[in-house]
Design a protein around this ligand. Sequence first.
Ligand code: G6P
Length: 612
Amino acid sequence: MCGIIGVTADPEVYGNVVPRLVEGLKLLEYRGYDSAGFALVECGTGRLVVLKDKGRIDDIVEKYRVTGYCAATGIAHTRWATHGAPSRVNAHPHMDCSGRIAVVHNGIIKNFAELRAMLEERGHRFQSETDTEVIAHLFEEYLRQGLEPLDAFRRLVSVVEGAYAIALIHLGEPSRIYFARNVSPLIIGLGNGFNAVSSDIPSLLPLTRRVLALRDGEYGFIEPYKVYIEYRGRPVAWSERVTHVAWSVEAASKGGYPHYMLKEIMEQPRVLYETYMGLLSSDEVQRAASLIASAGRVFITGAGTSYHAGLVFAYYMATVAGTPVYAFIASEHETYANLFDSDTVLIAVSQSGETIDTLQALRAARKRGSKIIAVSNVVASTIPRESDVAIYTRAGPEIGVAATKTFLTQVLALTLLSLEVARLRGAVSESMYSESVKRLADSGRKAGEGLERSSRQVERLVGLLKEVKSMYILGRGLGVPLALEAALKVKEVSYIHAEAYPAGESKHGPIALVEEGFPVIFIGADDGDMRDRLQSNVMEMKARGAYTVVVGSNAYSGMKGVDMYIGLGAFDELTAPYAVIPPLQLLAYKLAVALGRDPDKPRNLAKTVTVE
Ligand code: G6P
């Protein structure tokens, strides 16, 4: 995830935009901070100046004396590397061959490899490894072919595939910024004598409170006194869509949400899509799958939430790929040490890539000659660095201490991995494989749907649960790891005791605690396969006076003995995690707020634990 901003102004009215770009970019820093850069149309000389490097915005601004420059038009970028290590050459803005075009981009250009090959054949020389650079060369190519700049940009948008927010400037029209949006957010800020584009509203607030959120597929340009938007070749009437934002800059740095945790829960639909697109356009998953397919034994490890993602993987590997996977908690790795050998693959799951327990497990396996696959959200962190193959989730920086969006993106990456192994092992047909992969494109949509459908009942449930000291969260099959993750969230941020159990096992002990009003949440994580068996467990709990809640797909409606049913739409085991988990994360968050806890910084916890 990256942040982009562009400002173009009438210098007579507004003066120099450089300090505005710097200020706006710093407000986007939460989106990434491993490299940053600026492209400026310099006052007086009319030159295109590009200043960029690896590192923090402040350091780059100082090193290149950015604020010493004057410009009426400029674009800027702050990067959070997902693919391609942080470096000066991979930092944005990227330029064409002539040095007259500069572009910044957030997202992933899916077909960049073929576009690059086509452009190289036509003589374009590339500087970086990024997908973004093709945009600058493509625009240059169309101008060379004699297209007018707007036609060239229109053509570019029709050719480029994937998720993107783009801002582009060129010296042919020095006070114009072209923009395009698909999936990745892009906002226009409207001013007097200037206009701006940015990845989010907060970074525009020092400039203006009049904003317009672009919709998927829209593109166009801004000039100091003009905003022009098109959709599929037709001009868009946008004036009615302008809104006035009342946010303060401070609150808005969390994207308008009161807490990072809530913001991160809510952005799951987008980051799931970005992760999906990112993994499909790289070969990380394929490389990992071929290691697994030829291994004698497969282990998966992690701590906390990452371990739960490992359990989901083990579930799909057993049920879909027909391959046993041993999931263990990273700090327990010594138990398994004798089993690690050169015929073993260990998958180390860690959003931060730095958790010491997971790292120790990895090193223990590596020492015995095992192959290592990392699943991480932070490029070039220690765990992926010490692995044979690294699979990266594209969740963007997670600031709330309780992991939310990184969990579901890990689950998505690991599900794709299990499908790929199933394909290699011949456990699924080619057509079933591609149908399943295609369906996962909907994971983000399922998350959005789950949140929407459950919002009223989650509110009601918070009212009931905020008074209790303890609860159970039960499931069967895939519902077990999901229950474990939901219970962990509730504990972490609300400090209410929540215990997860396989529903069938609950009668072998936990049921002793159940008395009148004791809350038991059941998870129905499939299209009804487990319904009958879960029904018996609901009745057992109900008979002891429990307050029973069922959270599940449409197939779980109308069960007997249920006090509250939260229906999350139609899904099966493949897409269940995306529908089920966000409402339960939201429940944990809302319980914390209702009880006056700080969900972003729960007591005693740290985001990344680097001590044993
Ligand atoms: C800490 C955090 C947990 C997290 C775990 C693993 O304990 O508080 O929320 O799940 O570490 O973190 P990792 O970065 O390795 O996924």
